[in-house]
Design a protein. Structure first.
Length: 265
């Protein structure tokens, strides 16, 4: 099932895995997803969130699930021992190349494997992070991921990932019911802050922090689309300055969670 002929929204373990195994998807992933000014800001805030955890908690071991082409790892500091786990050979080939080019390949092991079978790693980690991954699955698959992550975390270990705001996403879908040409057709679960806290508590995690990302998304995306290609630096400066304005309805949150109790059965 190639991405160019994708009809059914990818939302299950097999369909999501096959979508990201496509070499064309792998090679264009960063450019398509993070080329606009708002995408660049999204990337920067995710990297900053991870770096903050590394600086403050000094995790001895880190696991990144579904790293894609090592988009984030090349912007991280303070990693002492890291493992990247991805099912896509195409993504991992790019990840190895980018790590090597950045002089970071000695800090990261890169393994092909299934995120739904974390027990096969035979290891426990102090910090697990993953972006643009857990959100793509419905509850049955998310529950499997939560249980696996819970088991592979040290007591009190930390989990960081991205959470889509239901209110903003509903407004986006109402404005644009169909995906633009070339856009990957992948399912996204959405939440309110309350519903997300409730879900994480059910699977043995406490939400420590929800950091808003893209506080004024509709305006930020409009600026990115209008100015991005002609005046990229000015576009990014405007998008970043708007991020300083508070908002109760950002596009997403970066969630930092802590393992606190046994998982739901």
């Amino acid at each position: 099932m190639a991405s160019t002929t994708q009809i059914v929204t990818a939302q299950e373990e097999t369909s999501v895995r096959l979508l990201y195994e496509d070499r064309q998807v792998a090679e264009t992933y960063i450019r398509q997803r993070f080329g606009h000014a708002w995408g660049q800001l999204l990337h920067q805030k995710q990297a900053a969130g991870i770096n903050k955890v590394i600086k403050e908690s000094r995790p001895e071991s880190i696991l990144e699930i579904a790293p894609g082409p090592a988009r984030l790892a090349t912007d991280l500091a303070g990693v002492t021992r890291g493992l990247m786990l991805d099912n896509s050979a195409a993504m991992l080939a790019l990840a190895r190349r980018r790590l090597q080019d950045a002089g970071l390949s000695h800090l990261w092991d890169v393994e092909q494997g299934n995120a739904f079978e974390l027990e096969k790693l035979g290891d426990r980690f102090h910090f697990v992070f993953t972006f643009r991954f857990i959100r793509h699955f419905r509850l049955k698959e998310r529950a499997r991921l939560y249980r696996g992550i819970h088991e592979c975390l040290q007591p009190g270990g930390l989990l960081m990932f991205d959470v889509v705001n239901q209110t903003v996403r509903d407004n986006l879908d109402a404005r644009q019911p169909q995906k633009p040409p070339g856009e990957l057709d992948v399912y996204d679960e959405t939440y309110s802050a309350t519903s997300f806290n409730r879900e994480m508590e059910s699977y043995g995690f406490k939400v420590l922090q929800l950091t808003p990302v893209l506080n004024l998304f509709f305006l930020q995306s409009w600026i990115s689309n209008r100015l991005g290609y002609r005046l990229p630096k000015a576009s990014f400066a405007l998008v970043r300055s708007l991020e300083m304005m508070p908002s109760q309805e950002p596009l997403e949150w970066i969630a930092l969670c802590q393992k606190i109790s046994p998982t739901k059965g």
